[in-house]
Design a protein around this ligand. Sequence first.
Ligand code: NG1
Ligand code: ZN
Length: 580
Amino acid sequence: PLADAELAALIDAHPKPSSISEYSYGTAGFRYEAGLLPCVFVRMGIFTALRSASLGGEEVGAMITASHNAEPDNGMKLADSHGGMLDAAWEEHAVSLANAPDSKHALALIHTLSDYAKGNHPDATADGRLPKMVVHIGRDTRSHSPPLAALVIRAARAMGATVIDHGEVSTPMLHHFVMHANGHLLPSSIPQRCNESGYYEIMAMSYAALLRTGTVGSGGKRLPTTSTLVIDGACGIGASKVDKFQRIFAKLRAEGCTTGLPVLHTVNFPGEGPLNEECGAEFVQKQQLPPKLYSKSAAGVSKEYMTSFDGDADRVVFHFEDKSGKFHLLDGDKIAVLVSSFIQDELRCIDPDGKAVKCGVVQTAYANGSSTLYLKNVVKTNVIIAKTGVKFVHAAAHHHFDVGVYFEANGHGTVLFGPKFYDFIASADARLRGTPRHNRANIALRRLRVLPALVNQSVGDAMSDMMLVDAILFLRGWDLSTWARLYSDMPSKQAKVKVADRTVITTNDNETAATAPVALQIALQAAMDAMATQENADGGPKPRCFVRPSGTEDAVRVYAEANTQKGADSLASEAMVLIH
Ligand code: NG1
Ligand code: ZN
């Protein structure tokens, strides 16, 4: 029996603010100004417990963060038992519970969901009690995250759930913990490690193993320009975590594993500057500008090899300053190109026809047109354009490919390895056993084998993606300028417009065109056509412009790209005027 009175008291103590007509589940969960969230958070504490029960006691998670948003905002991302995003049908239940008008309605819903859980797991329920419930909680460094986390924990406990409070962690760490807590869902080649040190250990060991494959025969060169990697932590959680991870490097060095290890120099720690402000992945990628370096230790730092994380460390972009002082950005699209071509090349060393494992890349409408062309024409891989948001790109990568690489232009992405990939590795393993270690297929096998552990397959992970990119650059003997030269981005411009009601704009499935208001799309199309004629560039990608309501901020986003920066800027300004 549920503790109805306790639950009702908790819900009543945190009523829905009058300024909210309806809480919505955005691109990445609930995200609002922190003061508006206690109502949702109490209910989500209850909800996560129910979700765990509905899965017969599999463990789930809630991450308290507003990622790249400014400090006053907060939010919650929910992790399902496989470590990925919450199931879409349960998203609807979450929204219903968040919006129940009062405790009476909320309790009715809670009872429906708990009856559903009991019905699904009759063996696990004794005396009408719910199956076991386990909820993992993590939070970012925002000042209001601890009290909000405390509310979630209280509510989950009132449901009778066991709560594992991980304290301050990055979003991908929380997803990793959840994925590893449900060991039976993990591929057998990945060691089960459900704690912070295990998370670092898996990453460091597989990273070092990948570097070691560079010492025999093929590649493996650390250029002076990549010997120190400077990490801009956005004044958020990522900075502190990289610092801890770095300690494992010291251990590796002490054990004699010195091959190619770079120095990781972290700047922009929590408290050194305002979170995500003029620094971090969101600022760097959207503004196409270098981050402000708040740390004292940043004085005189080399800018040849840099990355920026976002506020909850699930995104990463790379950037550098060339000899003439010019800033160059390597965004998520560039990462997708680097990673997918690397994996494909290694696969081909074992399977020259490339038929055994289906590889592909999932992008969004924000992907630079040049990257899509490069993936199709040079990497010669499959490309799918999905709706913005990890839940959509992740699902597409999982559904369509045996090795699915997905990256949003903003640096959020990962690689998913399906059953056919693991089968391929097992059979290659049997076939190549006993071949010399410098045999190229043997090297490729050892490289591919460590990837599923190095990569965080539950969700985008700045630290893991950073180490993967660094290892590939090392194996290729490249620095950022070589990588940047693979293709040139089409000049692009992104902007945000605040409007009274952003939901009046709706879009088609992959968000490349607006479906309402109809006149808006007609006008945008006319602007694109006019730009195409004006720029008169033959062959290359055509000017593009689209708008969509943000799912994380109260604004409409505008994206434009053209053959010149002037063209992209003017298309974006036209679109902004049209929206106003
Ligand atoms: P919205 O605000 O819905 O555009 C943003 C990013 C998404 C995704 C989510 C989650 C852009 C243009 N959009 O979503 O790609 O990362 O945040 O954090 O970067
Ligand atoms: Zn984020």
